[in-house]
Design a protein around this ligand. Structure first.
Ligand code: NAD
Length: 294
């Protein structure tokens, strides 16, 4: 399968990273956003990332210009009609994703591949809204996309083997290290990671240890690069709460159920780094553990 032209839906945190790695690999990349403001912001993020690379001497100014030259933006979905693969990285909302893929189904050529970067929604459910579910895969990148090597390549029961292998090969061309996964809630990584993160919150709720000691325990005792509560603040507590809900609906197992403390924190707007406060207060340097959580 010959992939030359890549379409990306959404130029937020993940979409901008995906567009960047595709442009770095030499693909012709067209990114679609909802309006000019989001588009400018998203493409600006890529420019800033590369500019920092130039500053640090990691990339030349010529290379930066070459990568940016492979990238274009649009607000019109129709412009994606000539794409060989479209990777959707819009917000984690099934209704929105279904709508996007239904529209793309009417636009893309017969050999195009449909891909979603969803973290927790069903690939099969999205594929089912197209008339060619055999051409649908999950391509689950990790944040920050330009730095993280892993891509989970996900198949639904209807994905054609040659499409699955083409998507796997595409991830390799992007310089990533793909793994194969079947379409069950959370795929491989979140299936294992989410219960661990939720358990760290339960340990805090049950008074097993303090915020700092739970984090320090996993860093020093298990060699993790950061503790679970710090990681939760990075991922976003709102995002984690949403993913836990989807996984609980899928498996009906307690290990995927959001602990009451997580729910309370989301209700209070304590989303982690992005809101300035989560398990830690980022208004302080270094960030200080939040008091009064339990
Ligand atoms: N944040 C993570 O760490 C992470 C990791 C892996 C996968 N994901 C998944 O990637 C997807 C995107 O997450 P994100 O963190 O980049 O979110 P984000 O909010 O940063 O970006 C989403 C972008 O999509 C745009 N958008 C919404 N509807 C659109 C449409 N119809 N067409 C084009 N653009 C549209 C929004 O304007 C926004 O800029 C989600 O499905 C999420 O689950 C996120």
């Amino acid at each position: 399968m010959d992939i030359k032209r890549v379409g990306v839906i959404g130029c937020g945190l993940m979409g901008s990273g995906i567009a960047q790695v595709c442009a770095e690999a030499g693909f012709d990349v067209l990114v679609r956003e909802v309006d000019e403001t989001f588009l400018k912001k998203g493409l600006g993020k890529i420019d800033a990332f590369l500019a920092k690379g130039v500053e640090k001497g990691k990339v030349t100014a010529e290379r930066k210009a070459e990568v940016m030259g492979h990238l274009r933006g649009t607000t019109a979905l129709e412009d994606l009609a000539d794409r060989d693969i479209v990777i959707e990285a819009a917000v984690e909302n099934i209704a929105l994703k279904r709508e996007v893929f239904q529209a793309l189904d009417g636009l893309l050529g017969k050999d195009a591949i449909f891909a979603s970067n969803t973290s927790s929604l069903s690939i099969t459910e999205m594929a089912a809204v197209t008339r060619r579910p055999e051409r649908f895969v999950g391509l689950h990148f990790f944040n920050p996309v330009p730095l993280m090597k892993l891509v989970e390549v996900v198949r639904s029961p209807l994905t054609a083997p040659e499409v699955f292998e083409a998507a796997y090969a595409f991830a390799l061309v992007l310089g990533k290290q793909p793994i194969r996964a079947n379409d069950t809630g959370g795929f491989i990584v979140n299936r294992l990671l989410v219960p661990y993160l939720l358990d760290a919150i339960r340990a805090l709720e049950e008074g097993v240890g303090s915020i700092e000691d739970i984090d320090r325990g996993m860093v020093l005792g298990c060699g993790h690069p950061m503790g679970p509560l710090t990681l939760l603040d990075f991922v976003g507590l709102d995002t984690t709460y949403f993913i836990a809900g989807i996984m609980f609906d899928e498996f009906h197992e307690k290990r995927f159920a959001a602990p009451p403390l997580l729910k309370r924190m989301v209700q209070a707007g304590l989303f982690g780094r992005k809101s300035g406060k989560g398990f830690y207060d980022y208004g302080q340097e270094p960030p200080r553990p939040m008091s009064q959580l339990v």
